[in-house]
Design a protein around this ligand. Sequence first.
Ligand SMILES: C[C@@](CO)(OP(=O)(O)O)[C@H](O)COP(=O)(O)OP(=O)(O)OC[C@H]1O[C@@H](n2ccc(N)nc2=O)[C@H](O)[C@@H]1O
Ligand SMILES: Nc1ncnc2c1ncn2[C@@H]1O[C@H](COP(=O)(O)OP(=O)(O)O)[C@@H](O)[C@H]1O
Length: 426
Amino acid sequence: MHGFSTTEHNSAAPAWVESCRELLCATCAPASDPASEPTCAPACTYGSVLQPAPSTFVTCAPAKINVHLGIYPHNPGEHGYHRADSIMMPLGLCDWVFMRTRNATDHATHDTTTNAENPQVADAISVEMSVSCGVETRNNTVYRAAHSMCAAFNKPAAFEIYVEKHIPVQSGLGGSSSDAAATIRALCSMWNISPHDERVIRVAQHIGADVAFFLWGNPTFLSGVGDELERMFPSVHVPVALIRPQLGVSTVEAYAMFDEHPTQPHLPGDMCLCLEAVSHSNAMGENRSAAALGATTCDNANVARAASAHAPVMHRAAEEISQLLYNNLADAVMRKVPCVRDALTWAKVQPEVQGALVTGSGSAVFAFCSTTQDAQRVATRARLRNYRAYSTITVGLSDMVCYSKECTCDAAALCGADACTTQTTA
Ligand SMILES: C[C@@](CO)(OP(=O)(O)O)[C@H](O)COP(=O)(O)OP(=O)(O)OC[C@H]1O[C@@H](n2ccc(N)nc2=O)[C@H](O)[C@@H]1O
Ligand SMILES: Nc1ncnc2c1ncn2[C@@H]1O[C@H](COP(=O)(O)OP(=O)(O)O)[C@@H](O)[C@H]1O
């Protein structure tokens, strides 16, 4: 069987998660050339929820980058939140959320948890993380999302949830928000509710500003406090290197630093026009890629052909989006944590990089490249400088995300699998 993960875990996965992995890996496609290494089928499009066994659900939780982040000076009438224009793009780098319902016996014997938001309500939701994120269960966004969904839809709160963490925390990559959204998507699938149902969106917005974005799933322009859908763009594939300094940044502290020297943001109109234009040519490239693929499996040879058919489109997208990258929270972040400035300065001078920026409240920096090989080269070089670094690709809701962490395919070009093979810290 393909191993599932090369990432070091703080805690071993429970047995039921291991058997899910076995079942998922059993769907791996055999290699088209029997002499070559086995390849795997991408098990999941970002938007789908897998059900490897009865009452068991698995879904991916992609990271994001902000290609435009325009924070407005704070108005005290806004409940502590800042008005924000945000254009986010999901990435192939992702966490995985495994969930199964507790049966009646389990439920009865499980220690109940008192819910932080409503101490009167006890429930039987347990959350385990492969890597500790430093918060108690009841403050984990996954727990909060599951609990709020049960309350909103009047369902019994009895689940076991395991999060296989790959997205580094406090990086501006949105891991905690995406984990919450993945949990919500899994429950929507379980209860046959649309993840775009207004009640579901309200739950998402209540958990955090970025959570609803991950339900919409494509590159999206959001307004409000960064949580209201303005415009969604078709998916665009741009290779990305992520460079994460040793230190993280707290979102709360980044906004507090911004308040010390607030600036009026640029408007995101040009970036919207650009994303529309590049996603149009991307769609045409995609058709060619789909034809080259001829199948929905991560097959090395097919994917390599598809990637080369796609290359001019990715190059143009990287170049054009790079001209317009904007984040007026970045200065505050770099004042707070100067090593973020070092990472950005370094990224900008790498010959393969078309454009680089701090993502959200940092501390990660993303660098757009024209090819996946270029993104891999930048990530490899970054690791030699002791950064945590990843190469991945921007994706959309219907794009394939490879679940096998040892996938040998070159599907990074289309399914972001490269994130799977290069995400360990050097
Ligand atoms: C900066 C951004 C950019 O996408 O994300 P990250 O870089 O953290 O991933 C977002 O604005 C963060 O969204 P999210 O991470 O969901 O934040 P939340 O949990 O809702 O809020 C954390 C804290 O950030 C501050 N906050 C958040 C959003 C906003 N528009 N104004 C704020 O002032 C508030 O102090 C809030 O208590
Ligand atoms: N499921 C989760 N995964 C990671 N962090 C979580 C989770 N739930 C709550 N947190 C808390 O949220 C903080 C910020 O999370 P994260 O999403 O990684 O950063 P960012 O907002 O910069 O993208 C973490 O430091 C952690 O304390």
